[in-house]
Design a protein around this ligand. Structure first.
Ligand code: F6R
Length: 616
């Protein structure tokens, strides 16, 4: 939450910052602002509530004086509403320094009281302004930005990435990281600090990750990293593996449309190089070696939102293939209900961003209890990956639209690979059986592509439903989490009440919701491969149809048994039951996107949300 970028170099600083913010806008879009230390040594600040375009319009009307040093921020509001005043950057009391922040300073109320008692005044309701005023006080005391910064961060508690510039120290941006992401981009004669590499990847792919409780100082020519007490540390270099075009819309109507179209590639890239002679080859498991895997007694998946549904989906396969019990926990609930953990428990943390604070806190806690943690992560070098015992990266590429799509299918693919690996280690599947599944996985690229193409008819469906007030989603077995995911997509994108249910659960209560005309999506199991479940779902459909629901059936092509009971049929490619989630999720994603568009909504940046949820 909140996107942060800092720049020092010969480029047009405001343009570099705005381009970076454009790429970080998915992290929050309640307000945006920039601060530039001008070549004549003064500090110019502009900030506006609302999306980045408001800030750009204001800068077009009245540009800031040019300068080589600047910071920019796009906000997801926590302390104080999304107003111009609460927008970042915030100034120190003398107006000479500017600070931007991502996270929550937990002791801000005490600090604010203390500073107020000392006679300082505040204009905003934010915790960030407290850090800015504190930094100003420390700067006056020490006369040096670095020393003042060290003294300031030592007084802060909570989660924060802070960037600061001071007009008396042009050519320097200073940043600190505790629990919120911050990376360095190393250019030629220019350097960057940002919440995520997307902000600078058009300028450089050379990056460094900054560890927990570290400070980074960049000038155009130098990069220095220290711990919070000022002792030098070596930052960890890495290369960004995708280029700027991967994070561009490239002619698509939205990032979401582009990312749905990229789902076949996201699955294929996640499998790439990990299947050899029909067997799974995984690197990155590190401390989670075969000995550890042979001894685990159970698996607990921790994740939030769509990532948790990916875990819930894959749990069916992993449990079936390995006989290891798998349970799913929402990260934010997990540690507060005293789960019993020891070193025989493997916790799998799933996170596209790798920065979700709820999941990060869950894995820290799990490791403290002795459990091993495996991360399934889409962002190289992200905190969750770094703080886990092993990692299986998904290779979905940058996901910019706030609603997760391609990351979901990549997460399920990565989890399936891990499940097969575990089955081999524990001897629960033979090489032939594993080869059979990997052959199916290899066929997924084409199947998901077919599902994407088959979704072309969905816009019409979405259009006639634009006034619908509620939609239900039903699924059984592996399609149950798909129903939950379909409902989540619709809520977050189209702002429509939507709920997913296990189809068998309906008669235990939710069937009371059915009224004439209510749209209900039903994901139907394969009649070829799962005839028993298929028959049960057909009965469930009859129950809701008898009560007037409008039934939208998602079924494999050739399933004629559903036709008499369906108002609409969306056809899926032929795959085995465990592969059905990969193809069944696609039309539900497309439906949510199209319905949101039919309502005139912004599908890439739905209201109140942010892509990377770095607060608890
Ligand atoms: C929904 C969505 C969210 C995320 C969740 C976890 O479309 O994107 O539910 O899945 O916030 O995010 P990550 O995977 O980054 O931990």
């Amino acid at each position: 939450m909140c996107g942060i970028v800092g720049y020092v170099g010969p480029g047009n600083t405001v343009d570099v910052l705005l381009a970076g913010l454009r790429r970080l806008e998915y992290r929050g879009y309640d307000s945006a602002g920039v601060a530039v230390v001008s070549d004549d040594g003064s500090l110019g600040v502009r900030k506006r509530a609302g999306k980045l375009d408001n800030l750009i319009a204001s800068l077009d009307d009245a540009p800031l004086a040019a300068g080589a040093t600047g910071i920019g921020h796009t906000r997801w509001a926590t302390h104080g509403g999304p107003t111009d005043t609460n927008a970042h950057p915030h100034l120190g009391d003398d107006g000479k320094l500017a600070v931007i922040h991502n996270g929550i300073i937990e002791n801000f109320a005490q600090l604010k009281q203390q500073l107020t008692d000392e006679g300082f005044t505040f204009v905003s309701e934010t915790d960030t302004e407290v850090a800015a005023v504190l930094l100003g006080r420390e700067y006056r005391r020490t006369g040096d930005l670095f020393e003042a910064f060290v003294a300031t961060v030592a007084q802060l508690e909570g989660a924060f990435t802070l960037l600061a510039v001071h007009q008396d120290q042009p050519g320097t941006v200073i940043g600190a990281r505790r629990n919120s992401p911050l990376v360095i981009g190393r250019g030629t004669g220019e350097n960057f600090l940002a919440s995520d590499v997307a902000a600078f990847v058009e300028h450089t792919t050379h990056a460094y990750s900054i560890g927990q409780d570290q400070i980074a100082v960049i000038t155009a020519e130098s990069i220095t990293v220290t711990d919070f007490t000022g002792n030098p540390v070596e930052p960890e270099p890495f290369e960004v593996e995708w280029d700027a075009s991967a994070a561009e819309k490239g002619g698509w109507k939205s990032f979401m449309a582009k990312e749905i179209a990229e789902e076949p590639t996201a699955v294929a890239n996640t499998l790439l190089g990990r299947i050899s002679d029909g067997q799974v080859v995984l690197d990155g498991l590190d401390a989670i070696d075969d000995d550890v895997l042979a001894k685990i007694s159970r698996i607990i998946v921790v994740a939030c939102g769509t990532a948790s549904y990916a875990g819930q989906t894959a749990a069916y396969a992993i449990q079936r293939w390995t006989n290891v019990p798998v349970s799913i926990e929402l990260s934010h609930e997990f540690r507060y209900r005293d789960p019993v953990l020891d070193d025989s428990v493997l916790v799998i943390a799933i996170s596209q961003s790798g920065e979700t604070m709820d999941t990060l806190m869950a894995i820290r806690w799990a490791r403290e209890q002795g459990a091993r943690v495996l991360a399934i992560c889409n962002t190289q070098g992200a905190t969750i990956a770094r703080e886990s015992d092993g990692v299986v990266y998904t290779y979905a590429g940058p996901e910019v639209a706030v609603a997760s799509t391609k990351a979901f299918v990549a997460q399920v693919a990565a989890l399936y690979l891990f499940g097969l690996h575990l089955a081999r280690v524990r001897g629960t599947l033979g090489a032939d059986e594993i080869a059979g599944v990997t052959a199916e996985l290899t066929g997924l690229e084409a199947a998901v592509q077919e599902a994407v193409e088959a979704s072309a008819s969905i816009p019409n469906l979405a259009h006639w439903m634009a006034d619908t007030r509620s939609v239900l989603f039903l699924g059984r077995n592996v399609a149950y989490p798909i129903a939950l995911e379909g409902a989540l997509k619709l809520k977050e994108l189209a702002y429509i009440h939507a709920e997913g249910f296990a189809a068998g659960e309906l008669k235990h209560g939710p069937i009371a919701l059915i009224e004439p005309g209510l749209p209900v999506f039903v994901v139907v199991p394969s009649p070829r491969e799962a005839p028993l479940l298929h028959a049960k779902v057909i009965s469930n459909i009859q129950e809701i149809r008898a009560r007037g629901a409008r039934v939208l059936v998602v079924a494999e092509k050739g399933d004629t048994a559903v036709l008499p009971f369906a108002d609409e049929v969306i056809s899926l490619p032929l795959v085995s039951p465990l592969m059905q989630p990969f193809v069944a999720v696609v039309p539900l994603q497309v439906f949510a996107m199209e319905l949101a568009e039919a309502k005139g909504l912004d599908v890439d940046q739905p209201r109140n949300l942010a892509k990377s949820v770095t607060v608890e």
